[in-house]
Design a protein around this ligand. Structure first.
Ligand code: IMP
Ligand code: MG
Length: 176
């Protein structure tokens, strides 16, 4: 499969405006309490950093990298922790930050894994949600945008490790 065209779905301005809203909502919800944002690399790197800038309560940034996909656009269902957190999250108010929830398998696995580490609370924030593709149930606390069942790139999201750097979110048009 080759990429023929990328059609802008959400502009940089639209994404930034929504991230400001999410940041304000999180700041209000945590009401002065510190939060620990766990960025799931690599996809949520751009989103997590922009979100962190819009949160007014104290923020701790942590990173974790998992692999759930090969080079294509279909879920393998296999989740692997490639790089684990470098610190304990015990007793912390944790927000897991994802780029996109598709089948939900990655998040279900991660949530179960992180719960065993005894955080004070554990919430989920995703930039994009594709509910039509859900295979396993996950409760999402903060959603940037709900999108239809189409493959997207940009703002951290990749196709075979490319296009993460696009400042907008676009639908991919492919040709065989
Ligand atoms: P899930 O386990 O099926 O929910 O997959 C979640 C992961 O799949 C995300 O963190 C992304 O890395 C990847 N993914 C799912 N849909 C897309 C997409 O439309 N574009 C780019 N990556 C995607
Ligand atoms: Mg990916």
């Amino acid at each position: 499969m080759r990429i023929k065209k990328i059609n802008v779905h959400l502009t940089e301005e639209e994404v930034d405006a929504r991230i400001r809203e999410l940041g304000a909502q999180i700041s209000a919800d945590y009401d002065g309490e510190p939060v620990c944002l766990i960025c799931i690399l690599k996809g949520s790197a751009f989103f997590t950093c922009e979100l962190a800038k819009r949160i007014s309560v104290p923020v701790e940034l942590e990173f974790m990298s998992v692999s759930s996909y090969g080079a294509g656009t279909a879920s393998s269902g296999v989740v692997r922790i490639v790089n684990d957190l470098g610190t304990s999250i015990e007793g912390k108010n944790v927000i897991l930050v994802e780029d996109i929830i598709d089948s939900g398998r990655t998040l279900k696995y991660l949530l179960e894994n992180l719960k065993t580490r005894n955080p004070a609370s554990l919430k989920l924030c995703t930039l994009l949600d594709k509910p039509d593709r859900r295979v396993v149930d996950v409760a999402v606390d903060y959603v940037g945008f709900t999108i239809p069942d189409q493959f997207v790139v940009g703002y951290g999201l990749d196709y075979a490790q490319q296009y993460r750097n696009l400042p907008y979110i676009g639908f991919v048009e492919t040709e065989e």
